[in-house]
Design a protein. Structure first.
Length: 348
């Protein structure tokens, strides 16, 4: 709560009128009224007496909180998404920056604000402010990368590394890579699962291992996508086609989200500048992005209950934006195809 709300709440709890409180403090009743309406604030010399009168301490009175909990940060990220939907990306950035100014040393907030805002930018239609917003996101990553918490700092550094590589700032990327620790000599989730198994807590153990399987197979699939891109750049189309088939097999075998099936296929068709092939893939891919993924329906993920996300919508918006952006020359071969506008009109 803000100071005006705390003053009003504490005053009513004590049963004082505004006039009584004003009399006790030696101020006017209109002054107290202004405090409670946030028109003005008590003089700093009055704060100790005000806190004692209201039976509270200065930290509570001034709404002082050292840091946000992880649960509070998670709740705030949901608020950010809601604000972006109702007030647009500008509104989301505004409240995110206000919160970061309020808690400038909360590294977990800085990192998650950057991740969420960047995700929202990917789904937005773009604006004149986009470059400015991207700079702000990167600044949040930089601040989070200095965190004393290795988990937060390393994740922020990883995000920065990908940005520097994308801009061909290889020296900077290499320096950050050197700061990242080597892989751990043990897997914490595996050890924790063994700990639960020894105590016959099967569900807890299963959930951890299922999370591990899902995370690792997703990493493998992402690596296969990268290998497809490399093979295409090497003009090894046969190898790229084989790995595209492998990506499909991984997706189906491990019960991953259906939208994954078409990503490698689209990469390959785009590299070959196969307009008809791209359209055929998009015809299958775009509607598949609307389908929810229910991990509990697959035997590998029986104990997982992942929250619903808008990842499919985000990917679909990103693809549509890329296809319609004239500055993205990767799709020039496709942009004038007579059937493309018909296809996109169903998803714009």
């Amino acid at each position: 709560m803000k100071i005006n709300e705390i003053i009003r709440k504490k005053r009513t709890e004590k049963g004082y009128t505004q006039e009584q409180m004003a009399s006790f403090l030696g101020v006017s009743a209109p002054a107290v009224n202004k405090w409670e309406k946030a028109i003005s604030y008590p003089d700093i010399t009055l704060l100790p007496a005000l806190a004692r009168l209201l039976d509270t301490d200065l930290n509570t009175l001034l709404s002082f909180q050292e840091d946000l909990t992880r649960e509070e940060v998670g709740t705030f990220m949901n608020v950010l998404v809601s604000v972006a939907e109702t007030k647009g990306i500008d509104g989301a950035f505004q409240i995110a920056l206000e919160k970061c100014r309020e808690y400038p040393s909360c590294d977990f907030l800085l990192l998650n604000a950057a991740l969420t805002l960047e995700g929202l930018l990917l789904t937005s239609q773009g604006s004149a402010e986009e470059t400015h917003w991207l700079d702000i996101v990167e600044d949040l990553y930089v601040r989070a990368s200095r965190s004393c918490d290795p988990e937060i700092g390393n994740q922020a550094k990883a995000m920065l590394i990908s940005k520097h590589i994308g801009r061909k700032e290889f020296d900077t990327a290499e320096k950050l890579l050197e700061e990242l620790p080597a892989a751990a000599l043990f897997n914490k989730k595996q050890l924790t699962a063994m700990f639960y198994l020894e105590q016959d807590e099967w569900e807890k153990a299963a959930e951890l291992i299922e999370q591990k399987v899902l995370s690792e197979i997703s990493d493998i699939l992402s690596s296969v996508y990268t290998l497809v891109e490399i093979a295409v750049k090497e003009n090894q189309i046969s190898a790229a086609s084989q790995m595209t088939a492998i990506a499909r097999q991984i997706t189906e075998l491990f019960g991953l989200w259906e939208g994954n099936i078409h990503i490698a296929e689209l990469l390959l068709a785009t590299a070959q500048k196969d307009a008809d092939g791209c359209l055929d893939i998009l015809e299958k891919m775009l509607p598949s992005l609307n389908k929810d993924w229910k991990p509990g329906y697959h035997p590998l993920y029986r104990h997982l209950s992942l929250k619903d996300t808008n990842i499919g919508q985000m990917i679909r918006c990103g693809i549509v934006n890329e296809l319609t952006n004239p500055e993205n020359h990767a799709y020039d071969f496709l942009r004038n195809h007579p059937d493309l506008k018909k296809l996109l009109s169903r998803y714009c």
